[in-house]
Design a protein around this ligand. Structure first.
Ligand code: 3H9
Length: 715
């Protein structure tokens, strides 16, 4: 049984300390401990009140997420909360640290709340496809009003203690929460009544019978949590909190709606991502106790969009960073962009002016390699040219101290090739940030053949400090994310050749939940990249790229020049259909003997998803990704896959691998396209009724693709 609660008497006050490292979730042992602790305190006449607190850095981080979907054991949270709320002796929540979900809900059934200034509170259940199901939707609106409460629950934000105090979520702040709580209990021990949030209705009464605030929230939720089930449920709960005159009716409604969330596939998908993200940060064959280098100072080579964004990541994490460029004008421009980004954050209220001063003060720059001799890590972020990168790495190897980690921000070049020019290949690693690097959460960490355990452990640790979702990929063409685009993009392009129009394909995939359809993405990236690479290498245009190359021949390069698959008006990224392209689509289809036809949304989604999933299974079968969930993390954080579907691999598992193989075989028979050729690995899993999970053991893997067999522009 996980977790326990220590019972201690201090000055006639029972102090119940939740102990369930590292973040004290309400596992069975904790629920039982709280229940029994409350009973003991209530039956001991010498006890004048109860303090509930947490051991370590957290008060209570919520219900134990790993218990969802299983059979509940021990005392329920309801039993525990009833015991606390009906206590005749005052109960104080001494919130020493994080109080999230069921943790904040525990505090809300107490009579008083005293928080440490460093504590954070929040009801982030929505991130797990859930709603606060232990009274949070009923009690929080009574403290802060329905609008603020719904905003907190729909965003799922963590609020700092001083803001919680201002909002009235906590009553006081103290550096020593247990001592202050005990003193407080001494001061109210003779009071007959202690406040209960269930009895407060001054903040909700004015909203009774008025739908405006709920309609506004529905619009807000549709915008920031498109396609998600839980936000609508949260709003319904708060409607009950406001409109039901009997508190217990509202609680009952919350219970019913919580259960619906619990049974919903989005809950399983989102919890898969919660644990998947934490698992992805671990590398199977790198022991947890591996020594990590301290990163006290960093350098970034190149002051372009990527370099600037990466430098901001370091500064935001409080790590001094030096930007190096070879061109003074570039450097000035780059620093200017960084300043503008920070200014914009201040204007939008996302950064305090003094915080801006602090972070910009951490960024220095120059044109001189000698200035980075003492840094602990260098991230090279120049444009994708292997010869240039190799030249830079030779120089970095010369000027930096021997223990400096040398990282390359490449989206697809051979990291081992780059490492080979240094005398420290064990210190070389790929760090593929996604643009804009200061905003996008994904970090693909590319493990070179010789990258040492210490280097990898240090980078994974750094990823966490930079607030990234880090995923390890072996050094293979396209790594994980871009390689998977191959099958997906191939099918999007084939559908276009077969008769569907870009806005129809994008529309179908966006309705499925993708943040951005493939043709909007192609326009954003630039159609000319593949076209130029093929021209340079005198390579033939593959069938799927014929339309894209034909558009480039007509100077349609995408967003960069205002016309591609779509048209754009200056200063806007909004796509407008380009009917003038349709003649060209028909012509290219005809030239390639492809008969155009009406294509259904279902077929569009199915073919693109099969392309994505099948390439994912190959990546797994080669061990390029450690686990299927790692691939899901990549796709959700870097490629706009809807989190509520749990990522492409989880999606395949939930469809059933036997069905996936059937559909791959169906399309393979029709098209003979390699995109639909099911691997033996996938077939075996499907035949044995298994799911996509870990990569096969080392000896059982498919050989990984080599860099020299992949054509430029194919990926
Ligand atoms: C809820 O409360 C429902 C109720 O309303 C109603 C019930 C009826 N459970 O993230 P970290 C593990 S729903 C179980 O690396 P950090 C985590 O897996 C819950 N395990 O640390 C990891 O394990 P490992 C509402 C949990 O400092 C380890 O703890 N609460 C839980 O970066 C360290 O976690 C939430 O949604 C949990 N609740 O971040 C909060 N939480 O070491 C979810 C963590 O084996 N948690 N673990 O990989 C978080 O957001 C972050 O973990 C937190 C700490 C901010 C707390």
């Amino acid at each position: 049984m996980k977790g326990t609660v220590h019972y201690e008497l201090k000055d006639n006050v029972a102090v119940l300390t939740v102990d369930n490292p590292p973040v004290n979730p309400l596992s069975e042992g904790v629920r039982n401990g709280l229940y029994e602790g409350m009973e003991k305190a209530l039956t001991d006449d010498s006890v004048i009140g109860v303090v509930i607190t947490g051991n370590g850095r957290a008060f209570i981080a919520g219900a134990d997420i790993s218990e969802f979907g299983g059979k509940p054991e021990g005392h329920s949270l309801n039993d525990v909360f009833n015991k606390i709320e009906t206590s005749v002796k005052p109960v104080v929540a001494a919130m020493n640290g994080l109080a999230l979900g069921g943790g904040l809900e525990t505090a809300l059934v107490c009579n008083y709340r005293i928080a440490s200034p460093s504590a954070f509170v929040g009801l982030p259940e929505v991130n797990l496809g859930l709603l606060p199901g232990a009274g949070g939707t009923q009690r929080l609106p009574r403290l802060v009003g329905p609008a603020e409460a719904m905003k907190m629950m729909i965003i799922g934000s963590h609020i700092p203690a001083n803001k919680a105090l201002k909002l009235g979520v906590v009553d006081d702040l103290s550096d020593d929460v247990v001592k202050s709580s005990i003193e407080f209990i001494q001061s109210v021990k003779n009071d007959q009544n202690h406040p209960q949030i269930r009895n407060i209705d001054k903040n909700i009464i004015e909203f009774r019978g008025n739908d405006d605030v709920f309609n506004e929230m529905k619009q807000f939720a549709a915008k920031i949590r498109k396609g998600q089930f839980a936000p609508g449920q949260i709003i319904k709960c708060v409607e009950s909190a406001v409109n039901e005159t009997d508190f217990d009716n509202g609680l009952k409604k919350e219970g019913e709606l919580f259960l619906e969330c619990l049974m919903h596939p989005q809950r399983e998908a989102m919890i898969h991502i919660f644990f998947g993200e934490r698992a992805a940060a671990k590398i199977d064959d790198v022991p947890r106790e591996t020594h990590k280098q301290e990163i006290k100072k960093a350098a970034v080579i190149g002051s372009g969009t990527m370099g600037g964004g990466i430098a901001m990541c370091f500064a935001n994490a409080g790590i001094p960073v030096h930007i190096l460029d070879q061109d003074e004008d570039n450097l000035k421009r780059g620093i200017g962009v960084i300043n503008k980004n920070y200014e914009m954050m201040v204007e939008r209220g996302r950064l305090k002016p003094e915080a801006k001063e602090f972070v910009t003060g951490l960024i220095t720059s120059s044109l001189n390699y000698d200035d980075i001799h003492d840094v602990d890590i260098v991230v090279e972020a120049v444009y994708e040219n292997i010869d240039l990168k190799k030249k830079i790495f030779e120089q970095l190897d010369e000027v930096t101290k021997p223990e400096t980690i040398l990282a390359t921000n490449t989206s697809g070049l051979d990291v081992d090739g780059i490492a080979s020019v240094t005398k420290r290949p064990e210190k070389v690693v790929g760090t593929h940030f996604f643009s804009p690097a200061n905003i996008m959460r994904l970090l693909e960490v590319v493990r070179g053949n010789e990258s040492s355990n210490e280097t990898l452990a240090t980078i994974m640790d750094l990823g966490k400090k930079l607030k990234k979702a880090s995923v390890v990929s072996l050094n293979a063409p396209g790594f994980i994310g871009n390689r998977m685009l191959f099958g997906y993009s191939n099918q999007a392009n084939m559908l276009l050749l077969e008769g569907a129009l870009p806005h129809e394909i994008d529309g179908a995939l966006e309705a499925f939940g993708m943040n951005m359809g493939p043709f909007r993405m192609f326009d954003l990236v630039g159609l000319d990249l593949g076209w130029r690479a093929r021209k340079l290498g005198k390579l033939e245009t593959p069938l799927q790229a014929k339309i894209s190359d034909a558009l480039c021949d007509q100077d349609r390069f995408g967003q960069k020049n205002g016309k591609g698959f779509y048209n754009y008006v200056e200063g806007s990224r909004a796509p407008h259909p380009a009917p003038e392209n349709e003649e060209l689509y028909i012509k290219v289809s005809e030239e390639n003997n492809i008969e155009r036809r009406q294509i259904s949304e279902d077929e569009i989604v199915e073919r693109c998803m099969l392309g994505l999933v099948n390439e994912g299974t190959r990546i797994l079968s080669e061990g390029v990704a450690q686990r299927a969930a790692d691939i899901d993390i990549v796709y959700i954080n870097g490629y706009g896959f809807p989190i509520w579907r749990g990522g492409p691999m989880h999606y395949a598992n939930s469809m059933g691998l036997d069905k996936i193989v059937d559909r791959l075989d169906y399309y393979f028979e029709k098209t003979q396209s390699d995109v639909f050729r099911a691997s033996e690995f996938l077939r075996n899993l499907a035949n044995n009724g298994q799911k996509l999970g870990n990569a096969p053991e080392l000896g059982d893997r498919e050989p990984k693709k080599s860099f020299n067999v992949v054509n430029a522009g194919d990926l």
